[in-house]
Design a protein around this ligand. Structure first.
Ligand SMILES: Cc1ncc(COP(=O)(O)O)c(C=O)c1O
Length: 380
């Protein structure tokens, strides 16, 4: 790519402008080799020895993600969970960590089930309040503050710069699950975070056909070297074809996310005025508790995720989800197709989601079709 300072949308569309040096192909080949030739003098001058550590198919998507997040380096993992788990597993022991009460339930479950066995004590706090975070950290003991913003499934917002300052004062790292925000809307490293994590399964890939995860670091330091070693040593690696599909998805990240944001805002505003909806949870609405912070740290929109509370209660919510024809009734988020989910059915009694809540992942369809479908589904 040229030496000019280009906008992130250009960098993403051209995937850094890399072309194959041998053939001139504008799409790089997918490398499937599991092993690499050793030089006759017993060295590996080309820098790669074995596919688990050195897969060339990671180079371009990792470099692109690093550029979009404004970081120093990135690592792809076999899933978002593998990426997140690696961060916790690489902490020095004994480790105290602070995580949000409202967060991706799978990671909360993992922390509750496995953290203790790893020598990690987890405190869960209300991450919408910097005072609550300040009270939860233990200076000198807390190794990591983990935040997610906007956070599943209430789309609560955490002040990243404020959390970074608190973490830093306590001597802890700040890691941000930025899956819902994407680098299109928020760049946590520029706000003081140390690590950004994505479930790349979601917006980065965008087509509901790859499970992948990523970490991006602000600095290539000792902790990052541990993460690099943990991925190749632990083996939670992405397949080469998945890395290729992920890169292909990332090239359309900007138009997909921008479209999803516009539609989500429109849907959120329309449903706010609908008497069949008790509450719309979307950071783009001035009525949302996190709106002011979101307006500061999210650019170009408030994301494609929102939740609605159906006035008729849990039964009416489940009935509405049963009747949609355009929205797909499925879990997950961030794909080109819009998804609807009765969230309490996924998380169960432990959920911060009230039983009347439907989680909506807005895709790139015509928003008029999405609204008409919801309108029909909400009719008694
Ligand atoms: C916000 C968030 N973080 C992490 C994950 C876990 O990612 P994966 O399913 O890629 O392991 C998910 C998955 O739903 C998620 O929504």
């Amino acid at each position: 790519m040229t030496g000019k300072r280009l906008h992130p949308a250009t960098i993403a569309a051209q995937a850094l402008g890399w072309a194959d040096a041998t053939t001139g192909a504008v799409v790089l080949p997918v490398h499937v080799a599991t092993t690499f030739l050793r030089d006759p003098d017993n060295r590996y001058r080309r820098g790669r020895s074995y596919g688990r550590a050195d897969n060339p198919s990671y180079d371009q998507p990792q470099a692109l993600l690093t550029a979009l997040e404004g970081g120093a380096d990135s690592l792809l993992f076999s899933s978002g969970m593998a990426a997140a788990a690696a961060v916790f597993q690489c902490l020095p022991r004994e480790a105290h960590v602070v995580a949000p009460r409202v967060m991706y339930w799978g990671l909360r479950n993992w922390l509750r089930t496995f953290a203790e066995g790893w020598g990690i004590e987890a405190t869960f706090c209300d991450m919408t309040s910097l005072d609550a975070l300040r009270a939860a950290v233990r200076p000198g003991q807390t190794r990591l503050v983990w935040i997610e913003t906007p956070a599943n499934p209430l789309w609560s917002v955490t002040d990243i710069a404020g959390a970074a300052e608190i973490a830093q004062r306590a001597g802890a790292l700040l890691a941000v699950d930025s899956t819902a925000a994407t680098p299109v809307l928020t760049r946590p490293l520029a706000l003081g975070a140390d690590i950004v994590m994505h479930s790349a399964t979601k917006y980065l890939n965008g087509h509901s056909d790859v499970i992948a995860g990523s970490l991006t670091t602000a600095r290539k330091d000792e902790f990052w070297e541990r993460l690099v070693a943990a991925r190749s040593g632990g083996g939670a690696i992405l397949g080469s074809f998945e890395a290729y599909l992920l890169l292909r998805g990332m090239r359309t990240l900007f138009p997909r996310v921008e479209r999803a944001c516009r539609s989500a805002q429109q849907i959120a505003e329309a449903l706010s005025a609908d008497p069949r909806i008790a509450e719309v949870l979307y950071p783009g609405l001035p009525t949302h508790a996190g709106h002011a912070v979101a307006a500061r740290q999210m650019t170009a929109g408030f994301g494609g995720m929102l939740s609605i509370r159906v006035a008729g209660g849990a039964e009416a919510a489940i009935a509405a989800a049963a009747k949609v024809e355009v929205w797909q009734r499925a879990t997950s988020l961030g794909g080109v197709e819009s998804l609807i989910e009765h969230h309490f059915s996924i998380e169960g009694a432990d959920s911060p989601a009230p039983p009347d809540l439907l989680r909506l992942s807005v895709g790139i369809e015509d928003p008029a079709d999405l609204l008409a479908d919801l309108d029909a589904a909400l009719r008694p």
